[in-house]
Design a protein around this ligand. Structure first.
Ligand SMILES: NC(=O)C1=CN([C@@H]2O[C@H](COP(=O)(O)OP(=O)(O)OC[C@H]3O[C@@H](n4cnc5c(N)ncnc54)[C@H](OP(=O)(O)O)[C@@H]3O)[C@@H](O)[C@H]2O)C=CC1
Ligand SMILES: O=C(O)C1=N[C@H](C(=O)O)C[C@H](O)C1
Length: 242
């Protein structure tokens, strides 16, 4: 049985992941939270999952590399420096990083890329997300993932096209940009809409997460899959065959 170590084990996602392990044929190698040494569970586990905080990523990657243990990174709010650290870690161990481990969002990303590619740049792209009041990062990791897929469809990177939440005298919208807006409130697990708006018509592709269990099951499936992979950087699409 594959033993999974959880970084961020007492959090909302850490607890949801622990709840899914037995059903999916995995066991718990241990967990850490703020102030704990990440090394012992990196050594005890066959694979690690990290749903904690960006500030912990470097220590988690170092522990995973030292132990030679693959790691699934679900933590969001990552900077370009974090992504560079993930690329460097993937030279040594298998690493899967994603802003969303659900099947629905993984497929949505592909649909968004396709729509962005087929609809001309006169179709404005706006991404709107809403999450629970406890969420600390914005835009969500999923919104950024969807934005990257939309940008890919337009043959660009999100960094080139992104416009964050507007306020004040912004001027008219620049053609070809991708707008991002974040709402926070209540207990919403995760709502994402990618709006394609043109003169006289609008297409909206949406995902509504109703239960954190969808992310937890996806994370465990990703961990079980990653445990058998050579060093490299992987995506949820690799796990799900999408
Ligand atoms: N990729 C995906 O599909 C999903 C990603 N997420 C992301 O997962 C992350 C966690 O979300 P959620 O569970 O809701 O958040 P919570 O705040 O509920 O949990 C975070 C956990 O991480 C721990 N933690 C914080 N800092 C450290 C650290 N330096 N070292 C070790 N552990 C630490 C916290 O411990 P303590 O309380 O002791 O500080 C806490 O147990 C977020 O970034 C969120 O966006 C969430 C859902 C799905
Ligand atoms: O913090 C959350 O809760 C979630 N975070 C992820 C994100 O930032 O996209 C995934 C999901 O939407 C829930």
């Amino acid at each position: 049985m594959t033993a999974v170590g959880i970084y961020g084990s007492a959090g909302r996602m850490g607890r949801a992941i622990a709840d899914q392990l037995a059903d999916l044929g995995a066991s718990l190698a241990g967990g850490t939270d703020t102030g704990d040494d990440p090394a012992p569970i990196a050594n005890a586990a066959d694979v690690l999952v990290d749903f904690s905080a960006p500030s912990a990523l470097d220590a988690h990657l170092a522990a995973a590399i030292a132990a030679g243990t693959p790691i699934v990174i679900g933590t969001t709010g990552l900077t370009p420096a974090h992504h560079a650290a993930i690329d460097a870690a993937a030279q040594h161990i298998a690493v899967l990083q994603t802003g969303n481990t659900s099947l629905g969002v993984t497929l949505l990303g592909l649909l968004v890329r396709e729509a962005a590619a087929r609809l001309g740049s006169d179709w404005d792209i706006e991404i709107v997300e809403m999450h629970h009041r406890h969420k600390v990062d914005a835009p969500s990791g999923t919104a950024l993932l969807l934005g990257e897929m939309a940008a890919q469809g337009r043959g660009a990177s999100l960094a080139e096209l992104r416009v964050d939440a507007r306020a004040g005298l912004t001027g008219a919208r620049c053609e070809g940009t991708i707008g991002m807006a974040s709402l926070r409130g209540g207990s919403i697990v995760g709502d994402h809409s990618v709006v394609f708006a043109s003169e006289g018509e609008r297409l909206t592709l949406s995902h509504d997460a109703q239960d954190r269990g969808i992310f937890a099951r996806g994370a465990v499936k990703a961990a079980l899959w990653l445990a058998g992979q050579p060093a490299g950087r992987y995506r949820m699409g690799d796990v799900l065959g999408l």
